[in-house]
Design a protein around this ligand. Structure first.
Ligand code: SF4
Length: 353
């Protein structure tokens, strides 16, 4: 059997520098916030637009999205909702690959983003040319990529997966006897491999937020709150996953807070998720899992620097001007559609069971 050959991926210093601090959007006066919210609501109607936001974005943006009939969700649900909604313009509040996914599925719609520079360390750490070389070295493997990748990388893949469906799809492929080439998140890949027993080789990318959760400090926190349940996103290191009571996608973790009997939860994922958890389960106590942050400069700054680039102010500007549109090469889009659609059809089939 061919031995797994992990590909080391060193993030450029510029990427790390950009990720070094994750400020929340500048605090606005109540009056300024009210003006912006009113303006955005009006523009959404005028422009026939709907908001689709990720759980990791700022609480004001999540609230506005829901108030205006949009959707706050994980990547899979964002894609599904944008596809099904009749609005001619989708405004994706999240990071670049989410906007690209919306465009892959909706070529006839205009897809705007508050900031086109809002990216993701997984996407940035998996350049399409290097990834194509990696695939060329393993032509016998089925290529499965996490949705946190560019349209070019998706175009090379056989399957796209989200964290919510990765286990089911890889298990399905494994049962068919297929060998997997996985990219780009090494921790999620290792977790999927461990749970499914699939024959996988992995790209060695990571998320700057989840990679920084601290095992020892989490174990200490668990001792301090022995009754607390630990919820972990599988982009986290294996040693952190090993301390979890629940491992899963953002949606799974939110459901766990709602449905489990425990009153206290320690949460190892981006702290933007606390807005949704608190609104659905206000009686529960939520603690942030300790995170070293970039450069070990803070105890807990588990917030994505790119998600934090979305704000009420740049959302209003983009809607007003109609700029920051996502455009894709049509050949790439069509190829990326095949691997993305495969996931959506698999998910729909599983839902129907
Ligand atoms: S939290 Fe991590 S995986 Fe999510 S967008 Fe930010 S860098 Fe990417």
């Amino acid at each position: 059997m061919q031995m797994p050959v992990p590909i080391p991926v060193a993030l450029e210093p510029a990427i790390l520098e950009k990720a070094a601090c994750a400020p929340h959007p500048a605090a606005l006066s109540p009056q300024r916030k009210a003006e912006l919210v009113a303006r955005i609501k009006q523009l959404l109607v005028e422009k026939d637009a709907v908001l689709v936001a990720h759980y990791y974005t700022d609480a004001d943006l999540q609230q506005l999205t829901e108030e205006t009939g949009g959707k706050v969700a994980d990547s899979l649900e964002m894609a599904r909702f944008g596809h099904a909604h009749p609005a001619r313009t989708l405004v994706v509040i999240g990071v670049r690959f989410m906007g690209e996914t919306a465009k892959i599925l909706n070529p006839e719609k205009r897809v705007l983003m508050p900031d086109l520079e809002a990216n993701c360390s997984l996407d940035l750490g998996c350049p399409a040319d290097e990834f194509n070389d990696f695939c060329d070295q393993h032509p016998d493997r089925t290529v499965v990529v996490y949705t946190n990748t560019s349209a070019e990388v998706k175009a090379r893949a056989d399957w796209v997966v989200t964290s919510g469906i990765a286990l089911d799809i890889v298990r399905h492929l494994h049962e068919k006897g297929e060998k997997i080439l996985w990219a780009p998140d090494k921790h999620l890949g290792r977790y999927v491999q461990r749970e499914t027993g699939a024959d996988m080789i992995r790209w060695e990318g990571s998320c700057v937020v989840h990679d920084a959760f601290r095992t020892d400090a989490l174990a200490e926190l668990k001792k301090k709150y022995p009754e607390a349940k630990v919820l972990v996103h599988p982009e986290s290191p294996e040693s952190v996953i090993d301390l979890a009571d629940v491992v899963g996608s953002t949606t799974t973790l939110i459901q766990a807070v709602q449905s489990m009997d425990a009153k206290t939860f320690i949460v190892a994922t981006d702290n933007g998720i606390f807005y949704k958890m608190r609104s659905l389960a206000p009686d529960k106590m939520l603690l942030e899992a300790p995170n070293r942050g970039i450069g070990g400069s803070c105890e807990s700054c588990a917030h994505c620097p790119w998600m934090a680039m979305n704000s009420l102010e740049n959302l209003a500007e983009v809607l007003q001007a109609g700029r920051n549109e996502i455009t894709l090469d049509e050949g790439i889009r069509r190829k990326a559609l095949v691997s993305t659609q495969r996931m959506l059809e698999f998910a729909a089939g599983r839902k129907g069971k």
